[in-house]
Design a protein around this ligand. Sequence first.
Ligand code: FAD
Length: 584
Amino acid sequence: MVDITTDVMVIGTGPAGSATAALLASYGVDTFIINRYRWLATTPRAHITNQRTMEVLRDLGETVEEEAYQQATEQDLMGENVFCESLAGEELGRMKSWGKHPLSRAEHQMSSPCRMNDLPQTFMEPLLFKTACSRGAQSRMSCEYVSHIQDADGVTVTVKDRLMDKSFTVRTKYLVGADGGNSLVAEHAGLPLEGKMGVGGSMNILFRADLSKYVAHRPSVLYWVMQPGADVGGIGMGLVRMVRPWNEWLIVWGYDINQPAPVVDKELATTVARQLVGDPTLEIDLISASVWTVNNMYATHMQKDRVFIMGDAAHRHPPSNGLGSNTSIQDAFNLAWKLAAVLKGQAKPKLLESYSQERAPIAKQIVTRANQSIGEFGPIFEALGMDGGVDHDKIKRNMDGRADATPAAERQREALRKAIAFKKYEFDCHGVEMNQRYVSGAIDADGQKEPAFEKDKELHYAPTTWPGARLPHVWVFDKLGKQHSTLDITGKGHFTILTGIGGEAWVEAAQTLSKSLGIEVKTRVIGPRREFEDHTGDWARTSEISDGGCLLVRPDQHVAWRSFKTSPDAEKLLSAALKKILGY
Ligand SMILES: Cc1cc2nc3c(=O)[nH]c(=O)nc-3n(C[C@H](O)[C@H](O)[C@H](O)COP(=O)(O)OP(=O)(O)OC[C@H]3O[C@@H](n4cnc5c(N)ncnc54)[C@H](O)[C@@H]3O)c2cc1C
């Protein structure tokens, strides 16, 4: 006898789980989500919210996207990434980050209808969770996943209600483990993980203090403090992170992972804050303190039959590059429409295999990138003479030396400039955020070769409609001249074909196939006197197809298949592509 039945059960209400539930509920799927605690995130761990994640929120609806912007710190206040001896002390260098540099901002604006912003996890989770529950997801707090058993038809999950101290069982067709970096679901499903946990130790000190006088003139999310005595470990040096401008802060401070984790009391927290701010009389209002470990681990496979893992359960890495919550929400965007299509009988279960095929390589990529970014602080330490141990007097002499009028000091200044500029691979890494391209059974590239990246693929986004890539954003215009992103006229749980004048055969084919396959394929025609117009010519320059060609776009806005031109066999071609993608 089971107590609850559902179509999809989600373990965890973090960014991954809440996003999954919000998307599934929006697609009309019966969803049940639990969290072992009584409420959502209580500390603002994740914050950098990139454009691709904002596109997922936009796809959930204008109100969701708008609420995120209202609660976030805007992009203009994020990017004067300062390296200093202390907030009150000498500034050592600066790097315009997170799309603050005008050239980078132009790329951001051309790539997406959405803006990067700083949205602490304490705001993101309630927004996603509220969206899920208000659209029909069922939820239970203070309920802990204990175990699961799966068979050919479903999964039986045992849950412990921590309030009542009782167990209950849930029968679900699919189980999603979004239960974080210590995922029990991943462990119980026996999913393979590579790498190492606990490669560094860090502590978080969350506090209130008005630091406007040190920072408001150089607005940033991150202030990196490098001083004799700022011991290297964990994340590398002292970090003062803005949570709310300019009176709520999170200090991240490393500790030696080979020693027992320190107990961070008010006294230690105040000492660390005073040292990094550089004000020996600073009074802080301590909100909380916690310790955590830096991990370097990823799942090489994210599905075991009817069980899936996502988010930190599948990719465990340091906060560098701000990719954790972003990738978690993007995992959800990839899986949710596939589960919906299979549950509605529109696709075969084989479609679900593409989730791991598409997302496991991303898990590896971002874990590798985030850990590499920690290592790339090395040249800054070297340039400041901080790489030779903890001789504080020597470090002080080296740091002072950079102001001398000697050839050696000039070389040191040059080395520091270069080392700071190189950190764009952490702080302005637009390509890593936007260039996700998939190769899987749910993509039909039809033998077309992936276009080469002309610029550094980690730093720069390269738009393409090559099947597997995210549909490029371009503004197109309706009859009233109002602009809509190509991402706005696709997605929202549906397949869409984009075509132009001369592409009528694709429209007819899509309409016929919608009926015969029982899956609605929306049609959008772009061209003069059509539903959308390409007044600026940007679509013609970007689409990489002729007017009569066709792009088949998946519900998660990735191009699934394309034809360069019209065809007398439009229905046959589109049908073959759709069936392949849907796992027939
Ligand atoms: C200091 C810091 C800064 C960061 N900055 C960024 C950033 O700027 N941008 C970014 O994208 N990421 C950032 N991250 C990473 C980000 O916080 C994580 O990647 C993100 O929270 C992962 O989301 P998740 O939903 O997978 O897991 P989690 O947020 O860990 O959520 C897991 C959920 O599962 C629940 N759970 C666990 N076990 C059980 C169980 N047995 N039963 C029931 N429920 C269970 C938990 O209660 C929780 O609700 C940062 C992390 C840290 C530590």
